[in-house]
Each structure stands twice: as C-alpha cells, then as structure tokens.
Write a protein that binds this ligand. Structure first.
Ligand SMILES: NC(=O)C1=CN([C@@H]2O[C@H](COP(=O)(O)OP(=O)(O)OC[C@H]3O[C@@H](n4cnc5c(N)ncnc54)[C@H](OP(=O)(O)O)[C@@H]3O)[C@@H](O)[C@H]2O)C=CC1
Ligand SMILES: O=C1OC[C@@H](O)[C@H](O)[C@H]1O
Length: 368
C-alpha cells in the first residue's frame, strides 16, 4: 500500500486488515503477500468469515458484476462499510436496495468509479462549473478494446466474465460504465443537484454468441446541461471488436471530447485512467473549409500524472467519509449510481440483453 504522502495526503491513512477468497484461505494469503500487506492482516477462506472480523471497517468488493449485490448485502447486513466495484450492480433495482440498506444501517457505501477521483476529472468538472467552456452542448466518450473475442474470452458458451451471462458480462457493464461516467460527470454532475434530470436514451446494441453485448452505442439527451438552459447530447461508446486506440500509442485522437460554446476539452485515453487533456479555446470566424497551418499556441496541454495505479484517491474519499460520519460521497453518490444503472437497464432493454433471473433478483441470500 502506497504511503499517502506520495500523493500529498496527510489527513487519512489506510491499513489492510484482512482479505478473503471464496475458494481458499491460501489464495487470500497469497494475495496479501503479493500486495506486501502487513503480516498482521488476516486471510480468510470465505466472505462470511471476513464480515465477522472486528478489525475490518470497510470492505472492497471486487468480484464479477453478478456477485456485487449479494456480496455487498452480506457486508452491509454484518455492519461493514462498502466500496463496491463498477458496474455497481446488475440493475437499478439492486442498486436502490443496497442504498436503502446502507441508509437504514447508517453505513458508508460507494460504487468504485475510481476515475471520478483523479485530479484530472476534478479539474475538468471545475472548468465546466466555472463556465470556461461556455455552454456544453455535446460530449463524446469511448472505451473500446479491439479484442479478438473468440480467442481471448472464448467462443459460444464462453465462461470468461467479459462475455459470460451468468457473470453479467458484456461491453456495457464492464466498459460502458466509463464513457457513461464521462457523460454523467460532465453533463449531469456539474449542474446543481436540484436541476439534474436523467437523460433520455437511444441505444444500438449487438450481441455476442453468449447473449452478452459486444458493441454498444448510446445517445443520451440531457435536458438541462451545464452553462445554459439547453439540452446536451452525450454519446457513449463501448465496443469489444474495435479499439479506441488501435495501436496503443494514444495518438489516434481523444477518447473523450467535451464540447462547449467557448471551447473544447479533449482527454487522451484510456477513459478509465487518462493522464492528459488539452483545452482548445474556440475562435470566432473559423471557416471549416480552410485548414489553418501550424500548431495553435492558444491550446493548453495539461499532464496529470498518476503516482501509482490510482485507486488510492477513491480510497481516500472512503476514509474521509467514514471519518466524518458521511454514508455517501458527494462525488459518487447513490442517486447518480442509480440513474446510471437505470440508463444501463434501458440500454439493455432496447438491445434485448437479458441476464439470468438468479443474478437480477433482489432476493438475499441467493447461493450463486
Ligand atoms: N477499477 C478497475 O480498474 C477495474 C475494475 N474491475 C472490476 O472489478 C470486478 C472484478 O473484476 P476482475 O478482477 O477482472 O474479475 P475476476 O474474474 O478476476 O474475479 C475476481 C474475483 O472474484 C471471485 N470470482 C471470480 N469468478 C467468480 C465466480 N464465478 N463466482 C464467485 N466468485 C468469483 C474470485 O475470487 P475468489 O474465488 O478468490 O473469491 C476472483 O478472484 C468487476 O466488477 C470489474 O468490473 C476489473 C478490472 C479493473
Ligand atoms: O474497470 C476496468 O478497467 C480496466 C479494464 O481493463 C477492465 O476490463 C475493466 O473492468
């Protein structure tokens, strides 16, 4: 675990107290050793044992999407705060139920959308709120992998979580959450909470042989966008077959474009962990038929290096919320996670993607 001072944080610290594997204690032990966790950390061979450990304050749930509802419920019902990986749950009803349970039990709960806590995201949201882009009318965001799906994750009947329906596989829940995050954190989160309205949605979805989505393109219309009384379009793209960045050099154009009347922010990918953006101020009398030669000196290039993997910023947020007695984060709150899950429900409905009942249920406990 990285010393918080390496990211100039001194008000909170973290200690790994335990880890659990559903298959064996030795697997949990191996994980703790690999991650160089303190020797005092306990290794458990079941999640049921972990939630009984009095030294544990918060549990990070990092299982496949299908298991988030059951695993998080187990933690909450045993009095543990939870940071749960994305996508939060399989559907919005499950997300609502978890939020209700956390509220009732007075426990902290957050979807682990780490990207929202990067200094880069914070700076960009502030630029939008400060109207540096004027009125924002369109955001285009893409996270696409260009995978040889059959050979990497398996052909028809594949078991890999990326395409396995029993594990809530598919491009939408695994990758789509990031382009959706970019649309929501720029077009939804940056307007005052009282003025936020969920978007209308049009989606085009192609299914893989297993029934999971492999190409998902979403057009979201946000009725009240930042910077004016207008609607804005969010275009969120997730695709297993083609890549945002086909040669891996991040030179093939931005993964995210945030377009306002006063200029545009372009974020270099990948959408889940970007480290660079540029601000291009708009100029008057630009004739799209004429090419202006040479670089534009008014373009601002901004590097936002990440001193490590980058999951520590969301962990710092969890620690601060728990320290201050807050059950949810303002940056990734329950209402927004639920609206995003509702968006995903709608996209899946339009695309005909249906997961097995067992993983869509609100029943608890269900053995998986
Ligand atoms: N924020 C980020 O950058 C990333 C986030 N993720 C998210 O993390 C979560 C896990 O992804 P990933 O680590 O790739 O998933 P894995 O398939 O590697 O599963 C993670 C763990 O979950 C348990 N598990 C796996 N399959 C099953 C199963 N069929 N039944 C029960 N438990 C199972 C296993 O632990 P054990 O058996 O030991 O209990 C396994 O080690 C997902 O929500 C994903 O979206 C993933 C990658 C990056
Ligand atoms: O969250 C994620 O980000 C990184 C990707 O590699 C991974 O598939 C996804 O789960």
């Amino acid at each position: 675990m990285l010393d918080p001072s390496t990211r100039k944080v001194s008000d909170v610290k973290h200690t790994v107290a335990a880890a659990a594997s559903s298959s064996s204690a030795s697997r949990a032990k191996h994980f703790l050793e690999t991650c160089k966790c303190p020797s005092s950390a306990a290794a458990y061979g079941s999640y049921g044992e972990l939630v009984k450990d009095k030294n544990v304050d918060i549990i990070y749930v990092a299982t496949p999407h299908s298991h988030h509802y059951q695993n998080t419920m187990l933690c909450l019902l045993n009095g543990k705060h939870v940071l749960c990986e994305k996508a939060f749950t399989v559907n919005a009803a499950q997300a609502k139920k978890l939020a209700e349970t956390a509220k009732e039990k007075k426990l902290f709960l957050m979807e682990a959308v780490w990207t929202r806590f990067f200094p880069l995201s914070i700076q960009i949201r502030k630029m939008i709120e400060d109207r540096e882009l004027g009125a924002v009318h369109r955001v285009i965001a893409d996270l696409s992998f260009g995978e040889d799906v059959e050979n990497t994750w398996g052909a028809n009947g594949a078991k890999h979580r990326m395409v396995n329906m029993d594990l809530a596989g598919g491009a939408l829940l695994d990758l789509g959450i990031y382009p959706l995050t970019w649309c929501f954190q720029t077009l939804y989160h940056t307007v005052p909470a009282s003025s936020r309205k969920p978007p209308s949605i049009i989606a085009s979805v192609e299914q893989y042989a297993t029934g999971a989505d492999e190409k998902t393109s979403m057009l979201l219309t946000f009725p009240s966008a930042p910077g004016g009384k207008h609607a804005a379009h969010g275009i969120a793209l997730a695709n297993f077959r083609v890549a945002t960045d086909p040669d891996g050099h991040y030179t093939s154009g931005p993964a995210i474009r945030i377009q306002g009347t006063k200029g545009e922010i372009q974020v270099s990918g990948p959408a889940f962990r970007p480290t660079h953006y540029r601000f291009i101020p708009a100029e008057e009398d630009v004739d799209p038929r004429k090419v202006r030669q040479g670089a534009n000196p008014k373009v601002k290039e901004v590097d936002c290096p990440i001193p490590g993997q980058g999951m520590f910023w969301e962990a710092d947020e969890c620690a601060r919320c728990i320290r201050d007695g807050r059950v949810e984060s303002e940056i990734m709150g329950w209402e927004e996670s639920i609206v995003i899950m509702e968006t995903m429900d709608q996209v899946r409905k339009q695309g005909g993607v249906k997961y097995p009942k067992k993983i869509e249920t609100l029943d608890y406990p269900v053995s998986m």
